[in-house]
Design a binder for this molecule. Sequence first.
Ligand code: NAP
Length: 283
Amino acid sequence: MTNGDESRDAKAGVVGWPISHSLSPAIHGFWLKKYRLSGSYAALGIRPGDFDRKFSALREQGFAGVNVTIPFKERVLEHAAEITPAARDTGAANTLTFRKDGTIHADNTDIAGFARLVKSAAPDWKGRDGPVVVMGAGGAARAVVWSLLAEKVPRVFIVNRTVSKAETLCAHFGNRLEVASPGELRGIGRKVTMIVNTTSLGMKGQPDLAVEFEPGMRSAIVVDIVYNPLKTGFLKAAERNGNRIVTGLGMLLHQAAPGFERWFGVSPEVDSELHETIARKLR
Ligand code: NAP
């Protein structure tokens, strides 16, 4: 699908601080090359103190839109005229489109990114088949919970270091959510269809997320949205227990697709070549 020639040479990028670690330029660069588009996609490091001034200048500089990463995902909502239900409910946006009428459309594509990851890696999984455990209660947990509720998961247990944050998340999303302690996992684990890590534990330089997997939990699909390293200690432990595992890189790739389509007018494919190209950068 294309929006015509104008969008094919559009200018887009990712704003954040720090930004050098971002894989978004590599993902969009792969697609620009694959679809032979003359557009561009840049890493735009903006220091938090300079944010309002530099962010406002992006439209004048001809940007069609930007991805947004840490620490601006919440702050950009103040600038948007149209906020999708996904972004409003999670309180964060990662994909902005600068529209011709001068307004900004803000979306949170992590939700769709997680849903597509699950659909492609575990197509037989059905949300309504049973409860899910979500480790973590930060921004990514909100996106994952939104996606799980949309898939009709009957109960979502939230396990988080700071219990008050888990309680806030549960209060926000309603009565299908429940706070659980790590100690309760053993009992709950036998019933769950999926266990998802949304904490930053397991990321390069961080300790692993320690979960005591046992044979009774084997039927749960275990997902880690951390993608660097590709296979975290949490996933390795689940694999040793015999669980099916899903790595987080696919979510990163899928969350990038809606922005690319909006700015460059082509619906990009998340294929094994893209997966392998980006995975190589993490090795
Ligand atoms: P965040 O809002 O800062 O939340 C961090 C979460 O990790 C909180 O639940 C926090 O618990 C927990 N945590 C951090 N350090 C911990 C520790 N030492 N022990 C126990 N829990 C700890 O971050 P986020 O935006 O949700 O991102 C979380 C992770 O998801 C990051 O690794 C990010 O790269 C990844 N992510 C991946 C994708 C993807 O596309 N694959 C998309 C989004 C995010 P407390 O509440 O107790 O602090």
